[in-house]
Design a protein. Structure first.
Length: 285
């Protein structure tokens, strides 16, 4: 197994592994260490059945069964798989994951990590961006780090651009299924013990105990700060790529820069993570 870094901030390609074969304990241990170090791992040219993708992902953690996702995104035969593709709502194209986020951060059991397996690609565009949230935290001044360590942030699925522009009913329905939660602004990674900034533009409207107006200046700074180029990598997809990432120390977004009507389809598994955050007691909290 050979490791080729993708960008200075994060990401590595793993060469010389066939994910269709069962992996022995030593190889899985090496992969986990590489994953904790590089945060995003890429395996090119993989020929996998849906079940083989599930088996590979489940070697790292138990998998989500995606009950809270829209039915049209869930794989018809495998509850562990999401079919990631653009949808149309009211004549507008919605690209899944098109704002910065960390998977399931709007729940009190956020996802540990996710895998994507690329099945169809548009003729141009459709890359995915990732940012290293350890670096985002490390590069803040010590006074800002200390202040953020005392704060919680609201994570609310309905804060996203697609739902903000949807009907009142659609937004309220999403909020009922996924009520907003409070997450620490700085999360300690359960395996490495390192601190990572835990905010994202999709999910976070405000700090807990503050209004949106009071929060917006600092949140805007942190959103921009955390996705500076030196902290990021870009996944330029090829069909048959498998990509796995650590949601506890990264955020990501799918680029909606491909033509409407062109196909882009990936299968996703989501690994169950540790308990983190709490339900808000009341809307005004
Ligand atoms: C996701 O947010 O899980 C999907 C990312 C992508 O489609 O590139």
């Amino acid at each position: 197994m050979h490791i080729k870094p993708i960008a200075a901030g994060l990401g590595a390609e793993i060469v010389g592994i066939d994910l269709a074969q069962p992996l022995d304990t030593a190889t899985l241990g090496e992969l986990r260490q590489a994953w904790l170090k590089y945060l995003v791992l890429l395996f090119r040219g993989q020929t996998l059945t849906p079940q083989q993708l599930i088996d590979f992902s489940a070697a790292f953690a138990p998998l989500e069964t995606h009950e809270s996702y829209q039915p049209e995104l869930r794989h018809p035969d495998h509850t562990e798989l999401l079919v990631v593709k653009a949808s149309e709502v009211g004549g507008r194209r919605i690209v899944f994951g098109q704002q910065w986020h960390s998977d399931l951060s709007y729940t009190t059991r956020p996802s540990l990590g996710s895998c994507l397996y690329c099945r169809k690609l548009p003729s141009v565009g459709g890359d995915t961006l990732f940012a290293n949230m350890y670096m985002a935290y490390d590069e803040l001044s010590p006074a800002m780090q200390r202040m953020l360590e005392k704060l919680e942030v609201v994570h609310d699925l309905s804060n996203g651009r697609s739902l903000r522009n949807a009907s009142h009913e659609a937004r309220e329905g999403a909020r009922r299924r996924n009520p907003p939660v409070a997450q620490p602004a700085v999360r300690v990674h359960p395996e490495t013990g390192r601190k990572a900034l835990y905010i994202s533009e999709w999910m976070c409207p405000r700090f807990v105990g503050m209004s949106e107006e009071e929060s917006s200046g600092l949140l805007r700074f942190l959103f921009d700060h955390s996705v500076q180029e030196p902290f990021t990598m870009r996944q330029r997809w090829r069909v048959d790529d498998v990509l796995m990432w650590d949601n506890r120390a990264t955020i990501h977004m799918a680029l909606a820069d491909y033509a409407i009507g062109e196909p882009r389809e990936l299968l996703r598994t989501s690994m169950m993570g540790e308990d983190c955050g709490r339900l808000l007691q009341e809307a005004a909290e």
